[in-house]
Design a protein around this ligand. Structure first.
Ligand SMILES: CC(C)(COP(=O)(O)OP(=O)(O)OC[C@H]1O[C@@H](n2cnc3c(N)ncnc32)[C@H](O)[C@@H]1OP(=O)(O)O)[C@@H](O)C(=O)NCCC(=O)NCCS
Length: 175
């Protein structure tokens, strides 16, 4: 297992199967899924399968989404992290992508921004990634705002699963 990352309020760590109930709370909420495919999960087995899938990505690509927990209480808040995308999206393939998703009752406290910032630093300084990419539904203003605050540049728009998405890139300033 990779060493967890600590920020001011958060611990970022690899997923454990024991996160399944929290993952189910996250992904069974339709409000969470408005801009990410509109397919909330309906059973805990789906959450277990998605954790197993993420753990397989750790093995295959040495990276994937990590759990974000509150330092003070150890409570699971959501996930963020760097996924290696080995399939084609918007004419890109084999790239590193930043993402995040949080349980609704924890929105609006800056957790997503705090976690995403730490993962950008980790990708650039530890993983030596040349360029980080991200994409968000055109209407997902909160997510787009986070990316733009972090310095991501809006590159173009594309259609993905019938929704218009905005494609972002942030280059590693150290390379
Ligand atoms: C997008 C998401 C991860 C944001 O998480 P978060 O922890 O609430 O984000 P932050 O608290 O860091 O807030 C980021 C900004 O959005 C603002 N914001 C957060 N929630 C808001 C709301 N409901 N209404 C208006 N503004 C809001 C914050 O004030 C902050 O703005 P600021 O930087 O100007 O202060 C969260 O809403 C989520 O999980 N959504 C569903 C999944 C999703 O869409 N993921 C992204 C896919 S691209």
């Amino acid at each position: 297992m990779k060493k967890p990352i600590e920020t001011e309020r958060l611990i970022l760590r690899e997923f454990l199967l024991s996160d399944a109930a929290s993952m189910f709370e996250l992904d069974s909420n339709p409000n969470v899924h408005v801009f990410v495919g509109k397919k909330p999960v309906t059973s805990i087995e789906q959450s277990i399968a998605s954790i197993k899938n993420i753990q397989q990505q750790y093995k295959d690509f040495q990276t994937g989404r990590w759990a974000v927990v509150l330092k003070e209480t150890n409570e699971f808040l959501g996930w963020s992290g760097i996924k290696f995308v080995n399939y084609k999206i918007n004419n890109h393939q084999n790239f590193y992508e930043l993402g995040y998703r949080f349980i609704e009752r924890h929105w609006g406290k800056g957790y997503s921004t705090e976690a995403a910032k730490a993962f950008v630093q980790y990708a650039f300084n530890e993983m030596k990634v040349e360029s980080l990419y991200a994409y968000a539904d055109e209407g997902n203003e909160i997510s787009r705002n986070i990316l733009e605050k972090l310095g991501f540049r809006n590159r173009n728009s594309f259609e993905y699963e019938d929704e218009m998405q905005v494609w972002y890139e942030l280059k590693n300033p150290n390379l």
